[in-house]
Structure formats: C-alpha cells, structure tokens
Design a protein around this ligand. Structure first.
Ligand code: CA
Length: 465
C-alpha cells in the first residue's frame, strides 16, 4: 500500500468547546467538522503541560517535557532531538512546516527535518507578519491565517507528486491578543454569545492557587485584548458581561478564519484526488478557558485547559462519523503518525501509538490515567507550579508551588496544597474534596498512581505535604 500523506493542522489555544463537532454552544466550525464527520473525534485527548512551547515539543518528539527539556516558555527545543517529521523525512517523505513554530530561533532551534519551512518568529503578528522562510526573514502583507494557508497550499502544489508528504500547518490564531480578520469580527457584532456555566466562579472550595491566578476576564484583560474601553459607570457585573462578549467574539472570529483555512486545505485534497490516502488531523497545542471559571488563558490542569481537540480523518483506515472516549495524550501523536506511515517507533519515544483505537480496537492494557506537570511557577499569570494525575473519574492535583529551578519560573515559593475532584459528580471542578474523609482511600490510590506514572516517565517528585 502507498504510504499515506499527512496533513497535520494545529492551531494555538483553540479549545475543543469552541468547535461544533465537540458540541460547542458558542460557534460553528463547518471546516473542522468535515474532518470529524469523515473520521474520528477523540473526546479525551489531553496535554501533559498546558502551554504552547512545551506542548509543541511533546507533540514533535513524543516525549515529556522533563525529558525533551522544554518545560516552560523560556526553554527552547534543541533541534537535534528526534522528531516524527525528521523520521518521516529520513524515510523518503517530503516534509514542511508552515506557520507558528515557537520552539526557538537560530541554527540550534529553528525547524529541522523539513524540506521546506516558513515560520513566524516567536509568537508572530496577526497583521502583515514577518515570516522566516528557510532562514531568511520576509514581511508578508495580509492576515496571518490567510498567509499561512497560502504558503501551505503553494507548497502542496509545488511538491513532487510521486513522493508522500507530511505538511504541518500551524496557525497562530486564536492566540491572544485575538485580532480577527475584520470581515469575521463584523459577523458577530449583533449577536450575544452564551456565557459559560462557571463565568461567575468565586473560587471558593478550591486550592488557593485558583483565586491567585491573574487571568480573570473581569480584571486582567487589558485594552489591547479588549480593543475598546469599558464603560466604567456600569455595575461591575455588567462590565464583566461586556468584557466576556468582547473577548469571546474576537476569539471566535479568529477561529472562523482558521476554520476557513481547514476548509480550503480539504478542498485542495478533494480536487487533487488526495483525500483517500491522506491522514488529516486537526488539533491545538492545548485547551483554553473561554470564560470558564471566569478566566481566559490555560496552564491549569483543569479540564478546559487540559483537554485538546483531536479529530482525524483517514478514509483507508478510519470509519466515518466515529468517536472515541479513550485517553490519548500529546506525547502519543508522534508514535501514532510513525506507525501509520509504516515506520518503527523509536524506543526513546514515551508516548503510545493509538492506531488500534483508530480501528475501533481498544488494547486491554490501554492507559486509563495520565501524568501532568506545569512548571512555569508564577510567571505571566501567577499560576502555581503543579503536577497531578487524571484518571477516568478523578483528578488529583498537587500545587508544589515552587520554581523547581526551572528557567522561566519565578523563584519564590507559595504554600503547597492538594486538590481532588470527582469528575463524575463535579464535572466543572468547583468543589475540592481533598479534605473529605470519605475519599481517603481514593486519595491513597491516586497518590500511588501519581507516583507510579511520575516514576514511569522519569520525572522526580517534589517534597509533598
Ligand atoms: Ca498555545
């Protein structure tokens, strides 16, 4: 059988609950839905560290951040590391990455393992962005999402049709400061977007870390984010409602451009008879708070931030309209893509190929728990460093609240604390039951599982209280 092509589309900070294939209450994404409808939607895909640069490193290398060294935004990726595009290139694939890289610049960190690359420096700009094309900077005129799509399509058209391809199309959108293309921004002017159930969270019954975080819609969004001044004569609650609408409309308008891009790329595959033999993935580097818990941003191990969207279409091997609720992780993506391409998975990759799940088979020993660690203590949004375990039903989080000597973390301790959530009874994670004696046995089991996973992936525990 011909080796499959791979079109890996990843956006930045696009939460699953802003996609109609994930039953969004706030928008429609017909382009992305085409992938889900034609293939499989994963309902429990999680990142192992909910922040941009580290998750990107985990996806490319199939390893956890304490192994690949990319623990925070201040750490860059050594581009000598083994990655799935590099292995595909070595096996005869044509490889390219277009858009956001965000793993560092210069000879030691720029994209490697790609026949063609054209990426934004750092976060990149929404309008008239600078692009670095094979090491040479240029300024491109236009809107970033459209430009990334144009570069991706141009490369597809120029490639050698006799060889399989792997194209990584990495959008900057919908990352902060959420600057939409004006035509999409205007489309939402006269609508009111539904508010999330936890917009008015007061952070009671949670670890102190929740109240300490500075990512509140009503307090921490600035003028650049809001692009307008709030009417300060309004009551506080109305100001919060107004800020939520401003924030979420720009976010969703940015998503609308990404969705159009997906549509265009899928059209190209259809028009060139490539759909059948191309694996198409849409994902995002992590989730995001869309006003959930009164927040924007990510970082926490809470559900909205931990969960990644992941839809995959490959007509040769995946049944249309299928869904899967088993647990998959960002570190599992590299091994899966290698296996789908018929290549061996290096023993150094820590993730597990989920190709059996694509066929509808669930291995008896498939993972039912996952390890998470956020290292960037206090930096940017005052989120305390934490690690934890999520099982199918529970989540145990330990805020060790220390820099652990990581670059990019602030070297100032806070009081450590535990959180336990019963996701079955409390899906919005509003009630920390760590101190409830009824859960003592559950906590003991979860701590065992946390330490087992931590040891298994080669990470080191902090002092625990
Ligand atoms: Ca991100």
């Amino acid at each position: 059988m011909k080796q499959p092509n791979i079109l890996f589309i990843m956006s930045d900070d696009h939460a699953a609950h802003a996609m109609s294939c994930y039953r969004s209450r706030i928008n429609r994404t017909p382009g992305i839905d085409r992938i889900a409808d034609g293939g499989m939607r994963f309902d429990n895909c999680f990142c192992t560290n909910s922040i941009c640069t580290p998750s990107r490193a985990a996806i490319l290398t199939g390893t956890y951040n304490h192994i690949n060294g990319v623990t925070t935004l201040a750490t860059t990726m050594d581009n000598r590391l083994e990655t799935f595009p590099k292995l595909l290139q070595g096996a005869g694939y044509q490889t390219a990455v277009v858009g956001k890289w965000h793993l560092g610049e210069g000879a030691a960190h720029q994209p490697s393992g790609f026949d063609y690359w054209c990426v934004l420096p750092g976060q990149g700009r929404y309008h008239d962005p600078e692009l670095i094309e094979m090491g040479t900077p240029k300024v491109a005129l236009g809107y970033v999402t459209d430009l990334i799509t144009e570069h991706a399509l141009a490369w597809l058209k120029e490639r050698d049709p006799e060889k399989p391809f792997c194209l990584l199309c990495h959008h900057k959108a919908p990352h902060r400061p959420w600057e939409p293309d004006p035509r999409h921004a205007a489309a939402l002017n006269h609508t009111t977007i539904p508010e999330p159930a936890t917009l008015y969270d007061d952070y009671r019954n949670r670890a102190r870390a929740a109240a300490a975080a500075t990512m509140r819609v009503d307090r921490d969004l600035n003028e650049t984010d809001l692009k307008a001044l709030v009417d300060e004569t309004l009551p506080a609650l109305d100001q919060k409602r107004w800020k939520y609408q401003r924030y979420i409309k720009d976010y969703l308008a940015c998503v609308a451009s990404v969705d159009e891009s997906v549509d265009q790329l899928l059209d190209y595959l259809d028009e060139n008879n490539l759909a059948e033999n191309t694996i198409v993935i849409y994902t995002s580097d992590q989730g995001f708070f869309l006003g959930d818990h009164g927040w924007y941003d990510k970082r926490f191990m809470y559900e909205e931030s931990l969960r990644m969207p992941f839809v995959i279409r490959y007509p040769r091997a995946i049944r249309a309209h299928s869904t899967n609720a088993d647990m998959i992780l960002n570190v599992d993506m590299a091994p899966t893509l290698l296996e789908l391409a018929g290549l061996p998975v290096p023993a150094t990759m820590q993730g597990h190929s989920f190709t059996p799940l694509l066929k509808g088979d669930v291995p008896a020993d498939w993972q039912t728990s996952m390890y998470y660690r956020y290292w960037m203590h206090l930096s940017d949004h005052n989120v305390y460093a934490h690690y934890g375990v999520r099982t199918l039903r529970y989540k145990l989080i330990y805020y060790y609240a220390d820099s652990a000597n990581q670059p990019g973390a602030i070297d100032e301790s806070r009081e450590p604390e535990w959180e336990l959530f019963d996701l079955e009874k409390d899906p919005h994670e509003m009630n920390n039951i760590y101190m409830d004696p009824a859960y003592a046995a559950v906590i003991a089991d979860l701590k065992d599982e946390l330490h087992r996973l931590q040891h298994h992936v080669g990470d080191t525990p902090c002092d625990e209280v």
